[in-house]
Write a protein that binds this ligand. Structure first.
Ligand code: AMP
Length: 438
């Protein structure tokens, strides 16, 4: 039989997560929920679709994201909609709609979900990817940035990331930001003819975005450019110094990186990024910062805010590269009826096993093809890299039941690790399984 060619394929840059992978995503999200909720964060789920205008007004018209990476289309009534390229804008929109004055502050929210960007797909870069993020609203002091980073590092260390460093920068705000932009223009203008058309436009319209450029010529010109840290206003400087002190107090390793501006317009004061060497070229694991003007800029009341977004796909790739796995180790039981005659008995036995060991995976062989086929299937659990679950210590138990067992109301249980086989009367099965637990 020749290979079947699929007529329909996943859209370029998107992928299917089969159980083996989605279990890893679920496991990471479970840890996120545990850690974030222990800091008082509640989960928010915002729509994947938002109005296109929202992103133009928040992420910024001149950013790569808005300029060339959005999935934008007109709906049947001619409204321009966009598949969200990031989640902060949606959370901010939700907050304004609800009325921040109606919410207790500080307000702590986290999310996990799909984002869409029309980028060139490559390792660690997809057109549909997932981000896990958190946002803290209503606290202007650097204590908020520090607590957020503390929580982030706790999450990462729970996932086994030990020695991570956060790259930190600060952005000037208000008039100082405009003054910085002007200094940057003055520095770049004499070299403008060497730059590509996009970057040339940026020089005049939004020079900070030049730092996002991947063009080597632009990067060279920026090497000697003025830095944000040299141009900070007093308030931003005090915030930055305060944050550095708090990070030292709370034991978070940071390095100052003055070229870090991040590809979104809404950041004020703090910006940060964490990279992982395990990821190679696409090494940014996460990014974040403060965005004190965003809510006001979108038509809400002024509200201080700070947040981060982790690339969940990259996080999981970095963990796999290090051979780490957050999936919960599971005991696996294969319940094998000798023939179709024992199906009913097998279903009851399986139910008893699940009741005694709620964490176990209990698979009943439904083919009725007998013990041998069932044993072969069971051995997959230990060898098949696609098996969804992490089999605890390679612990598979095979439960045989044929006509004799059904008549006598017993089962034969064989451990695939020790090869030991035991006859267990149904009445004692629950207890026997409980004892196994210890
Ligand atoms: P950003 O929203 O651009 O600040 O990105 C935050 C994080 O999301 C990055 O550090 C990446 O880990 C992840 N990310 C951004 N774009 C992609 C993409 N196209 N594919 C996979 N992960 C991405």
């Amino acid at each position: 039989m020749g290979a079947v060619t699929a007529r329909f394929r996943a859209v370029k840059g998107t992928r299917d997560l089969w159980p083996h992978d989605s279990e890893r995503f679920a496991a990471v999200e479970r840890v996120a929920r545990e850690v974030f909720s222990s800091y008082g964060y509640g989960e928010i789920r915002t729509p994947i679709l938002e109005s296109t205008e929202l992103f133009a007004h928040s992420v910024g018209q001149m950013t790569d994201i808005v300029h060339k990476e959005m999935y934008t289309f007109l709906d049947r009534k001619g409204r321009s909609l966009t598949l969200r390229p990031e989640n902060t804008a949606g959370v901010a929109r939700a907050l304004i709609e609800r009325g921040p004055q109606n919410l207790t502050k500080p307000l702590r929210l986290w999310y996990a979900g799909e984002q869409f960007r029309y980028e060139r797909p490559q390792a660690g870069r997809y057109r549909e990817f997932r981000q896990i993020g958190a946002e803290l609203f209503g606290v202007a002091s650097p204590a908020a940035d520090a607590e957020l980073l503390r929580m982030l590092f706790e999450f990462l260390s729970r996932l086994g990331f030990a020695a991570l460093t956060v790259a930190l920068n600060a952005m000037p705000t208000g008039d100082a930001r405009e003054a910085f932009a002007e200094k940057l223009r003055e520095h770049v203008r004499p070299h403008a003819e060497k730059l590509g058309p996009d970057d040339r436009r940026r020089v005049e319209e939004n020079p900070l975005r030049l730092f996002d450029s991947r063009d080597p010529e632009t990067r060279k010109v920026l090497e000697k450019a003025p830095t944000t840290l040299e141009c900070l206003d007093d308030e931003s400087r005090a915030h930055h110094e305060g944050l550095k002190k708090l990070l030292e107090d709370t034991g978070i390793d940071y390095v100052e990186r003055p070229s870090l501006v991040r590809g979104l317009d809404y950041y004020t004061k703090t910006v940060f990024e964490v990279t992982s060497h395990a990821l190679g070229a696409q090494d940014a694991l996460l990014g974040g910062g403060r965005y004190d003007s965003l809510i006001f800029g979108l038509g809400g009341l002024p509200l201080a805010a700070v947040g981060f977004a982790i690339g969940e796909d990259r996080l999981i790739e970095a963990m796999s590269a290090d051979g780490r796995d957050q999936r919960k180790a599971r005991r696996v039981f294969f319940v094998l009826p000798g023939s179709t005659e024992e199906f009913g008995y097998a279903l009851s036995v399986a139910r008893m096993v699940r009741a005694a060991l709620p964490d176990a995976v209990v698979e009943t062989d439904l083919t009725g093809q007998g013990f041998l086929k069932g044993v072969m299937r069971a051995s997959y659990a230990e060898q098949d890299p696609d098996y969804p679950f992490d089999v605890a210590g390679k612990w598979v138990q095979i439960v045989f039941l044929g006509p004799e067992e059904r008549k006598r109301e017993t089962v034969e249980i064989k451990s695939s690790a020790t090869r030991e086989q035991t006859t267990v009367p149904l009445q004692k099965l629950g207890q026997w399984l409980q004892d196994l637990k210890q």
